[in-house]
Design a protein around this ligand. Sequence first.
Ligand code: PEP
Ligand code: MG
Length: 579
Amino acid sequence: MEIKKGIAASPGISIARSLVIDSEDYRIPQRSINPSQRMTEIQRLKNAFKDAAAELTSLEKNSRNIDQSKIKDIFAVHLRFLRDKDLQKKITDLVHDESVTAEYAVSSTLRDIAAHFTRVKDTYISERAADIYDIEKRILRHLLGRKREDVEHLTEEVVIVARELSPTQTAGFNKKFVRGLATDTGGRTSHTAIVARSLGIPAVVALEDLTEIVSGGDTVIIDGNRGLVIVNPDEQTIQQYEEYSRGFAELEHKLDAIKEKPAITRDGVKITLLGNIEFPDEAELVLQKGGEGIGLYRTEFLYLNRKDEPSEEDHYQAYAETLRVFRQQPVIIRTMDLGADKYTQSRRFVPEPNPFLGLRSIRFCLQNLTLFKTQLRAILRASVLGQVKIMFPLITNIQELMQAKLILHDVMEDLDDESIGYNKDIQVGIMIETPSAALTASTLARDADFFSIGTNDLTQYTLAVDRGNELVSTLYSSVDPAVLRLIRTVIQDAYKAKIDISICGEMASEPEYIMLLLGMGVREISLAPPMIPEIKQVIRSVTIENCNKVARKVLGMNSERQISTFLRGATRKVLPEAF
Ligand code: PEP
Ligand code: MG
């Protein structure tokens, strides 16, 4: 049994066999076989070694005219491993002694060796770990051949273990079978973590070398509450976790019961709770969890799982589906936030040196007007079906906002010419996600009907900390004094300009930050649907008077650590069961 600590990215507990995948969704299958199949497995192994070596020899021959000694060295090292009798014996012994599949034996033996190499101080040796993974892949390819299964067609419950997962991969998982996620990389507000939370799949990220420890078919516990992953747990641990998991499910069930109750503080102040969604079918979940509308619809997900670009009709149908659930309540449609870690299939391989500082979001839209206009037309057409609002992401200055609004007006004129109906008074707001937008909020407020603070990006850009990079994850905090000062400025400027202000970053789903946000004047919050009941319970347990005191105190503090500790203590006092 091995316990790894990472970052809790999505709450819940899951216990299942692991499915280790690489970036190509390469699947390592189940481990146990019937002892009568051992000889067949050993023969498969021998064939796979032989075929892999033959393949490599032919590759080497074909590249003879390439005069690159480095490449030759690599071929030589790989061939040496493939012909190593001791290595083959070790793997066949494992199949024989423990009745495991050839794939499992290859994977676990080579991963052990790779992990051993990684720990060696000598960089030449530690870098050889990458070669071992390559060899593992080559042999597995020969073993699995056509049997390579794809994670989209699962038939049993699994937890997915991967070095990294893109938001697109995560969004494509079948929730019925994928019970948990664990990745070596990532941060709490990375889009992959956000998608896991939206889908209600327990997830732990930033586990560093988990993929070196786990082999496909190992039993794995994902503890998304405490950020733990337990590999090959003993019976007692499994039992403890099964109990814990039942308790957690009961607690969730109890929380769901407050769905019908209003989100009102003890001193009678109403707070609006909305849901963040990536797909239209999540709107139903928002409703089920007691949400009063959609505060952030991340429409770029419409682009991620498909080869072609969505048409105007595809956009329209997605918005119409959402509006069928929320006809009378607000539905804030954010225009596509493509770029950074979310690419259309056609742009997937266009490299950018710093994609988070590159052609992302509204910048991408302003350079791809056909795409942008197609979406705006669909949003406007859908606006007659309910209370639609448009929101532009990643605005950094007033020109960008003016340009985006100009294009919106062009599209409105086109619709007028074609006599197509839309809501002429549609509200147009912006996300405040960059320090430049926060610092010029008073100017932007003159041309925006509302602000929504995207604390995920605002934190990343203010602190110069990549939100998805586990190496700097301890530096990432939305309650850093610098971030809080910007948030305060934005709220004050919105109040002065008499426009609506809400929070839609992950900060709003952290129970310990709610008192602070309410004390700073926030009255509208949009968050991942599964978290709505818990946040509602916090709201129902506090008074605004107390929240104001908390905010005053926090805004006078200079250190993130002091603020975090204080906020945890303050929330614990009003709601001990939240911890
Ligand atoms: C944010 O940045 O806080 C936000 C809500 O947008 P996203 O997480 O989609 O970048
Ligand atoms: Mg953002």
